[in-house]
Ligand binder design. Structure first.
Ligand SMILES: NC(=O)c1ccc[n+]([C@@H]2O[C@H](COP(=O)([O-])OP(=O)(O)OC[C@H]3O[C@@H](n4cnc5c(N)ncnc54)[C@H](O)[C@@H]3O)[C@@H](O)[C@H]2O)c1
Ligand SMILES: CC(=O)[C@H](C)O
Length: 257
């Protein structure tokens, strides 16, 4: 029987790339996002390609909605096997201008969302009496903190921490928890970061921040969604069954840990 994966925030960007790769690997895939319009477009496109997909719109920062998402996956495809906490948001601000709203918003989505998704998936696996995998979206910013991205970096460090502690506690149930740590990928997220960076630097033009970050990549090109999907495909497969609690860098040679 095909396994079933949920990928949060998969209407576009890295999540869409991850979802497509898992569908190509033979998974049933639940596409998920808060952006319903884009989600439906992606679902339609995936179905045209013959993939076995369904879609579910919700907000990862809601604990109850994360539980409802895992229940939807199990009801739709029989059971849940892999849960990818991919959804995330960014913010660019000088440290001295960081405010309560930004702290609240980024931690609610990036951290609370990951915790709630991990809890919901783990409870679903226990209910099924099956093993299961949780795969979290971390970042190079989960290993190194960056200027102007202080809150975002803190959230990704928190994701790396929860990946370790939840892996330690959930191993007894046959549940592994790992994370992927991308570098600099040209998605809507980096388009937003680049636009924001320009606002704080009169010497910068649109595209300069992305160029500056990606120019340091030793393999000489910025990341594509498929580069991240390759790692997540491995983490979603039985080949990674003996790996847990790890936040694995895939950045073309930027951060070395
Ligand atoms: N792009 C990069 O260079 C990069 C690098 C390292 C890590 N990451 C991480 O990878 C993940 C995906 O990044 P991306 O570049 O594809 O971003 P993106 O902004 O292109 O896509 C993120 C998706 O998540 C959805 N989303 C946002 N908040 C949500 C919420 N509360 N509930 C449900 N869905 C929500 C958005 O609608 C969007 O479709 C994020 O966690 C990001 O932090 C990205
Ligand atoms: C967006 C992200 O996580 C890195 C900083 O490119």
């Amino acid at each position: 029987m095909p396994k079933t994966a949920v990928v949060t925030g998969s209407a576009g960007g890295l999540g869409k790339g991850i979802a497509e790769r898992l569908a190509m690997d033979g998974f049933n895939v639940v596409l998920h996002d808060i952006n319903e319009e884009l989600l439906k477009e992606t679902e339609e496109a995936f179905k045209k390609q013959g993939y076995n997909v369904a879609s579910y719109k919700s907000d990862v920062s809601s604990k109850s909605e994360q539980t409802e998402l895992t229940a939807f996956a199990a009801e739709t495809f029989g059971q849940l096997d892999v849960f990818v906490n991919n959804a995330g948001i960014d913010a660019v601000t000088p440290f001295l201008e960081v405010g309560e709203d930004q702290l609240e918003k980024l931690f609610r989505v990036n951290v609370f969302g990951t915790v709630y998704g991990t809890q919901a998936a783990a409870e679903q696996y226990k209910k099924q009496g099956t093993k299961g995998k949780v795969i979290n979206a971390c970042s190079i910013a989960g290993h190194e903190s960056y200027e102007m991205l202080s809150v975002y970096s803190a959230t990704k460090h928190a994701v790396r921490s929860f990946t370790q502690s939840s892996a330690k506690e959930l191993a007894q149930f046959g549940i592994t928890v790992n994370a992927y740590c991308p570098g600099v990928a040209k998605t809507a997220m980096w388009d937003r970061i680049d636009e924001e960076m320009v606002k704080y630097n009169d010497d910068m033009e649109l595209g300069d921040a992305f160029k500056e970050f990606s120019s340091a990549i030793k393999l000489g090109r910025y990341q594509e969604p498929k580069d991240v999907a390759n790692l997540v495909s491995f983490l979603a497969s039985s080949d990674s069954d003996y790996i847990t609690g790890q936040s694995i860098l895939t950045d073309g040679g930027l951060v070395y840990r």
